[in-house]
Design a binder for this molecule. Sequence first.
Ligand code: GTP
Ligand code: MG
Length: 224
Amino acid sequence: MAGTSWDYVLKFIITGDAAVGKSSLLVRLTDQRFLANPDPTLGVEFGSKLITLPDEGKVVKLQCWDTAGTESFRSITRSYYRGAAGCLLVYDVTSRRTFDDVSTWLSDVREHADPHLTCILVGNKVDLCDDTASRRSSASHRRRRVTTEQGAEFARKEGLLFVEASAKSGVNVELAFESATRDILDKVKRGVFDDDRSPGVKLSKPTGVDSLTLEASRSKAGCC
Ligand SMILES: Nc1nc2c(ncn2[C@@H]2O[C@H](COP(=O)(O)OP(=O)(O)OP(=O)(O)O)[C@@H](O)[C@H]2O)c(=O)[nH]1
Ligand SMILES: [Mg+2]
């Protein structure tokens, strides 16, 4: 879109166990589609998206680093946490193990990212445990292993935002990124993030050329 500019550039990371749907959430955000059989992420992938907050009168560019959940990539992915202003910490509502692992991911993020980072806990794949009678009898139906209350309670205790979502149906995906963005902008207003000390938050006045190439685009990059 010619002439598009943005007010802020925010660095986001997406973390959580393997196969919880991190890449799928990013693809849903940037491309509005769902891949049934995506390849596991090798290292990190990058996606970018402009979001508009009309009530704030702001356009924000999200620069999202989607990290591999596989243990063997942990040291590589950690190096991308540095300076992140926002984090989507994802688990799968049909897998208890992925929820139990959330605290390990959270300590890792807190250790390596900006101390003022906004983190939103995302319980993904809610479409699988849709409890209508027709869904219950379908082959893809799975039992929920983490209740909404358990997710919300963990988030409350740890000071995280919380949402349940589905990369497949698209429900609450934009909301997850938008809620985190609003929280970060609120911190910016309160002076919590500082331009010099917080590389994950940038006030930006790009030229028209830059904005042409970056608007809502997603590219694979930095596979290791
Ligand atoms: N039903 C359903 N399946 C999903 C959803 N999100 C992801 N999946 C599926 O879950 C599997 C793993 O998805 P990915 O997006 O690759 O997971 P990931 O967290 O990026 O995994 P790694 O890159 O290995 O860390 C794929 O088969 C997806 O199609 C969802 O919301 N609902
Ligand atoms: Mg992935």
